[in-house]
Write a protein that binds this ligand. Structure first.
Ligand code: HEC
Ligand code: HEC
Ligand code: HEC
Length: 114
């Protein structure tokens, strides 16, 4: 292998487990999914973390994995934004202060954490 091929392979190896696999490795039971930011300009703010397991024990899969809520069974698919959440889409289907805690300055870090 030449130098570039080795660097590319190393890059892929480092990039591949980012987020999902790393978080899953740290907490295999919880199985957190670390969201990838799809928007620009807030890179310093930690990404949202989705604790899949907490939700899986509370809801059937197709509550979320359905066209109306919009999550695919593939981490990194959904282009979630705060505006969409506050319009009641994606996480905001439930995180509206009724079915589950809503968006407020007290709750930012429940979803956004390092
Ligand atoms: C409360 C909502 C919710 C429920 C209930 C739920 N999921 Fe998910 N699931 C998500 C979200 C959000 C993602 C991440 C999607 C993304 O990043 O675009 C996800 C991702 C996944 C993935 C992809 C994981 C990966 O690493 O790529 C699989 C597989 C999956 N879910 C299966 C299930 C199964 C099976 C059930 C039922 C036992 C279930 N989900 C229940 C919200 C849910
Ligand atoms: C119910 C979970 C949840 C709560 C509560 C929440 N967020 Fe988010 N937020 C998300 C998700 C999911 C995304 C999309 C993934 C990402 O960019 O981290 C997001 C995206 C963002 C972004 C990226 C830009 C944008 O507008 O989408 C910022 C900045 C942000 N949130 C700030 C906040 C602040 C500040 C609070 C508290 C006032 C907050 N969030 C509360 C889930 C949440
Ligand atoms: C189908 C409804 C539903 C959807 C969709 C949903 N949640 Fe939740 N979530 C809940 C409920 C119910 C709880 C537990 C009640 C509470 O803490 O208010 C919860 C709890 C949580 C918690 C706290 C878990 C803990 O350890 O206590 C976080 C963080 C969270 N959700 C983030 C998210 C994010 C991020 C999304 C979108 C990617 C999302 N949720 C989508 C219903 C939902």
């Amino acid at each position: 292998m030449n130098r570039i091929a080795i660097l590319v392979a190393l890059g892929l190896w480092l990039a591949a487990p980012s987020g999902v696999a790393v978080a899953a490795a740290a907490k295999p039971v919880v199985g957190d999914i670390r969201f990838e930011r799809k928007t620009k300009g807030d890179e310093d703010f930690p990404p949202a973390v989705f604790p899949h397991w907490v939700h899986r024990v509370n809801f059937k899969c197709y509550v979320c994995h359905t066209k109306s809520v919009g999550f695919e069974m593939k981490a990194g698919s959904a282009a979630v934004t705060m505006n969409l959440i506050e319009e009641g889409k994606f996480c905001g289907t439930c995180h509206n202060g009724k079915r589950a805690f809503g968006v407020s300055f007290e709750t930012c870090t429940r979803c956004h954490r390092k």
